[in-house]
Ligand binder design. Structure first.
Ligand code: ATP
Ligand code: MG
Length: 400
């Protein structure tokens, strides 16, 4: 799509099955998210109507804006547009100007008359515009699979002319579903899980368990880089970094190696749960996938989650194959960072033969060796919070 001359972006809302107040929540949240994501384009102005959102470019680069807009959940598609009078000849003339800048050999005109007071029906508009293009270019009409779609919409006393649609990110606007605490590791899976949660309209906060000095500063930076990357989809990002070294060392000292992962994950879950409740999250999410590793067999999940009488645990990747997850990671832009070699806390303390069917009575016995509540509250008291805003280079660090 060529860039020149476009004045607007016309956005089409995504899965909008709701009406009334819910519909307003959807469009208000979407508008807030879009404004946040496009903040660096200072001249933009916005207008929402019942079924469309219009971005007035006011001289900003339409293609650069489109590139960012593609990541915003809640849009089914959008188009660069020009606005013109409600006059058939002028519409045809402008459509001709625009199509001349496009590449392709075939076209089709898609006219829609939202305002029935316009004297020409869509069929007449289609034919008038098509014949103007046929007379003045070498382009041919292809009604089945056109290279260029010429879209004409008559709305009120104006008409919009667009060349094709850009696919939106689909889903619901981040924020309309409340907040979830996602367990973010440096692996491939959890950033993909985050993306899928956000796509359902969930606002995320992240919790990461770090075990310095066994985990390096680079490993931590990798996690923060992943979180930052996810800022493409949720403008403001918060990561809670939980100091986990003491707990891991104590597990290593007191628990047989084959049970260390089970114990560790029970601690992680308890901490995630408490932190999530403290931050008013409605659920926890993670990147687990059934059968992927010993701690993700159904038996393991059963005994690990048994501690949880708290929030629901959402596992968006539960049925995904690794290869599917990898493909998604590549698509959303987190894969390259995820495969950097820095070890995270699970990998360092990984036993050679973790249990795949942990026994409840053994878990209970091992756990009785710990002062669980104190360990958890100490970890939470010493959390480090890192905030990012997408497009802002410097991260702010604060301690709670
Ligand atoms: P991989 O992509 O290699 O599977 P992973 O991060 O998924 O990496 P797993 O051991 O499979 O690693 O962990 C399962 C899930 O547990 C992760 O998806 C993540 O949600 C959570 N998790 C694991 N380690 C951490 C950690 N250090 N901090 C926060 N969450 C973690
Ligand atoms: Mg995994």
């Amino acid at each position: 799509m060529s860039n020149t001359n476009y004045e607007y972006i016309m956005c089409r809302y995504g899965e909008l099955s709701t009406k009334g107040k819910n519909r307003r929540n959807f469009t208000n949240q979407l508008l807030r998210n879009i404004k946040g994501q496009l903040k660096q384009f200072e001249a933009l102005t916005y207008k929402t109507t019942y079924d469309r959102l219009y971005i007035n470019l006011n001289g900003e680069d339409g293609l650069a804006v489109s590139e960012e807009l593609r990541h915003v959940f809640g849009l089914s598609s959008f188009s660069l547009a020009i606005k013109t009078e409600r006059d058939l000849d002028i519409i045809a003339e402008k459509a001709l100007d625009l199509i001349r800048m496009e590449e392709g050999a075939t076209f089709k005109v898609f006219a829609r008359r939202h305002d029935k007071t316009f004297e020409h029906n869509s069929d007449t508009i289609n034919r008038h515009v098509a014949s103007k293009i046929l007379q003045n270019t070498n382009l041919k009409v292809d009604v089945h699979n056109p290279d260029i779609s010429v879209i004409v919409e008559i709305r009120g006393d104006t008409s919009y002319i667009m060349m094709g649609k850009i696919l939106g990110a689909q889903g619901y606007p981040v924020g309309i579903q409340g907040k979830v605490m996602l367990m973010l590791s440096g692996g491939i899976d959890s950033p993909v899980a985050a993306h899928l949660m956000m796509k359902r309209g969930v606002r995320l906060e992240f919790v990461h368990f770090a075990s310095p000095p066994y985990t390096s500063a680079q490993a931590q930076k990798k996690v923060l880089d992943l979180a930052k990357e996810l800022g493409k989809y949720q403008n403001d990002i918060r990561v809670h970094i939980i100091p986990f070294t003491d707990i891991q060392l104590e597990i290593n000292e007191k628990v047989p190696e084959s049970y260390s992962i089970t114990m560790m994950r029970r601690f992680m879950l308890r901490i995630a749960n408490q932190l999530a409740e403290k931050k008013n999250c409605l659920a926890i999410a993670n990147g687990e996938s059934l059968g992927q590793v010993a701690s993700q067999t159904l038996e393991s999940m059963n005994s690990i989650t048994a501690i949880n009488d708290g929030l629901p645990i959402l596992r968006p990747l539960i049925t995904y194959d690794k290869i599917e997850i990898i493909n998604l990671a590549k698509k959303i832009g987190t894969y390259e960072t995820s495969i950097l070699p820095f070890e995270d806390c699970c990998t360092i303390f990984t036993p050679k033969n973790p249990v795949t069917k942990p026994k409840r009575d053994k878990i209970d016995r091992f756990e009785s060796y710990f002062d669980v509540d104190t360990l958890i509250s100490e970890a939470i008291d010493n959390v480090e919070v890192v905030d990012f805003r997408y497009h802002e280079e410097e991260e702010e660090e604060s301690f709670l």
